[in-house]
Structures are given as C-alpha cells and as structure tokens.
Write a protein that binds this ligand. Structure first.
Ligand SMILES: [Fe+2]
Length: 290
C-alpha cells in the first residue's frame, strides 16, 4: 500500500490519443510517486482502450519503475538471466553501453528487431511490459507497435473461420534460432519448454479477439509444418501493415507501457557501433491465452 501522505492529490491524468491505430500520451502525472486510485483508474482505462501508453519526461529510478509496474499485477523475471539488472532481478537491462561508457558495438538482443509479443513462449505470457529509456539513439531504434485487434477485425470471414480453434506452438528455443541469436541453453529450454496458444486470442478483460502470432511461434499444431509456418507468416504480414502501426520515437526518460494481449512490437535498426541505447524493462505476469 502506498503511503497515503505521499499519494498525489493533483488533478487527474490527461489522455491524448495518437493519430494512429493505437497509442496515447498520458500527461499531468508523476510516475515517481504512488498514484491515487482515481489516477490509476484513468491510466488503466486508457491502457485497455489505447493499448500503448507513453509518459514523457519521467526520470524514474529502478525502484520507482518497479513500484509503478507492480500496480498492474505480479512482476516476473526473465528466462534470459544475462539481461537481469545487477541489483533487481525483476528489471531487465537491454543496453549496448558498457560500464566504461563505451558501446559494445552490437544491439543487445536480435529478437527485438522482429515482430513479437512479449514472452508468448511461456504458458502465461506477459500482461504488460513497462519500459523506460535512460539512453536513446539519435537515429533509428524506434519501437513499432501494431494493433492486433484491428488486424483481426479486418480479416475476411473465411480466414477467421480457418484460424478459429487453431493453436500455434511458441518456443524460446525456436525463436532464437529464427533470428540467429545465441542458442538457448539447456537451463533456458528446461525453464521455458514449448507451449501452445490460440492464434485467435480473446482479450481477458475486453473480450476482443486479436491475431496472436509473432516471432516466438514455431508452427501450427495439427497442420502440415510448412503450411502452418506460411499461414503464421501471412497473418503477421497482414497484422503489420502501416495502417495498424504506431511508431514510437524515443526521448530520454520516456516511460512506455503496452498490452501484450492486443499488440505486437519490434525495434527498428540503429547504428549500435556508434549510438548508445539502453532501456530498462519490467514485465507483469498475465493469464493463460484463450
Ligand atoms: Fe519485446
């Protein structure tokens, strides 16, 4: 429970939707302090309606970042322990900046360059991801989001019928193979064995359906392997058309949060040899997809 003496008493947050298929900026709010129930309710409703929320100029500490994210539910760590923060195992750091301030020369996680929805390779994938940006690239390194509800709604009736009841296998191991990342370790494979999720997923709060695919998928259960891979690709191509996308251009000290039950996202390339880019990530545990 937040200390009632510290709860913000100022006016409610302001929500301004972007001119895009999803996303809104939330202002008149200070995420470094505990939110009142009324303030939190505004944020939560905006989150469900707009799927991606942007909070500008929020220079949070890791402790404040964790406290804000925990308002949305139980926090979870990550199978890839090499990204864990040195002090906080619920904070992941994706950075190409070394302790001496120089760049490593490489982007820290190739899997972020391709369309995905966070942690879909576990039985209960992340509800929301809350990211903050201590360092940004001056060019590139944007994050693209796509509205997978809108993409589902636009499918023709025949395709909706075809994917109804179909499940895809999602796999941490296969996901890394597909992007040419360091192979999954035996420990990681044991911690995150393949799981099966519906391709037409129903949002547990709003009841809306989305196309639930992305780079963590391997194949479709009960379908010819190659035909299933092709169908997953076709659905991803459909769902990532420009008309469904919001492009986030980062500023230092942005806080971004998104609903992994209604979006996919990816990072655009940047010059990792020259540009410093660091984001801190906290994820909230979600439900088993249905
Ligand atoms: Fe991600």
């Amino acid at each position: 429970m937040p200390d009632s003496a510290q709860i913000q008493t100022e006016a409610l947050p302001l929500v301004k939707p972007f001119d895009a298929a999803l996303g809104a900026e939330v202002s008149n709010i200070d995420l470094s302090r505990p939110l009142s129930d009324a303030q939190f309710a505004v944020v939560e409703q905006a989150f469900l309606k707009h799927h991606v929320l942007v909070f500008r100029q929020q220079p949070l500490t890791d402790e404040q970042h964790l406290a804000f994210a925990s308002r949305f539910g139980e926090l979870e760590g990550h199978v890839n322990k090499s990204t864990h923060h040195k002090k906080h195992d619920k904070v992941q750091v994706f950075s190409n900046v070394k302790d001496d301030g120089k760049t490593t020369g490489v982007h820290p996680e190739l899997g972020t360059y391709v369309w995905h929805t966070d942690k879909s390779y576990v039985a209960t994938p992340s509800l929301t991801t809350v990211l903050r940006s201590p360092a940004i690239a001056s060019e590139g390194g944007d994050t693209l989001f796509t509205n997978t509800h809108a993409a589902y709604d636009d499918l023709d009736a025949q395709t909706k019928q075809k994917i109804e009841g179909l499940k895809a296998e999602h796999s941490w191991k296969r996901s890394r193979e597909k992007v040419g990342e360091r192979p999954a370790t035996a420990e990681e494979i044991a911690a995150a064995p393949p799981v099966q999720h519906p391709i037409a997923r129903t949002h547990p709060v709003t009841g809306r359906k989305c196309i639930y695919v992305g780079s963590h998928t391997s194949h479709i259960i009960g379908m010819d392997y190659d035909a299933g891979v092709q169908l997953l690709k076709d659905l991803e191509v459909h769902a990532t058309q420009p008309k469904y996308i919001y492009r986030h251009k980062w500023q230092v000290d942005d806080v971004l949060m998104w609903d992994n039950r209604s979006t996919m996202h990816c990072v655009t390339p940047y010059d990792a040899a020259k540009e410093k880019r660091a984001v801190h990530r906290v994820v909230v545990k979600g439900d088993k997809p249905v």
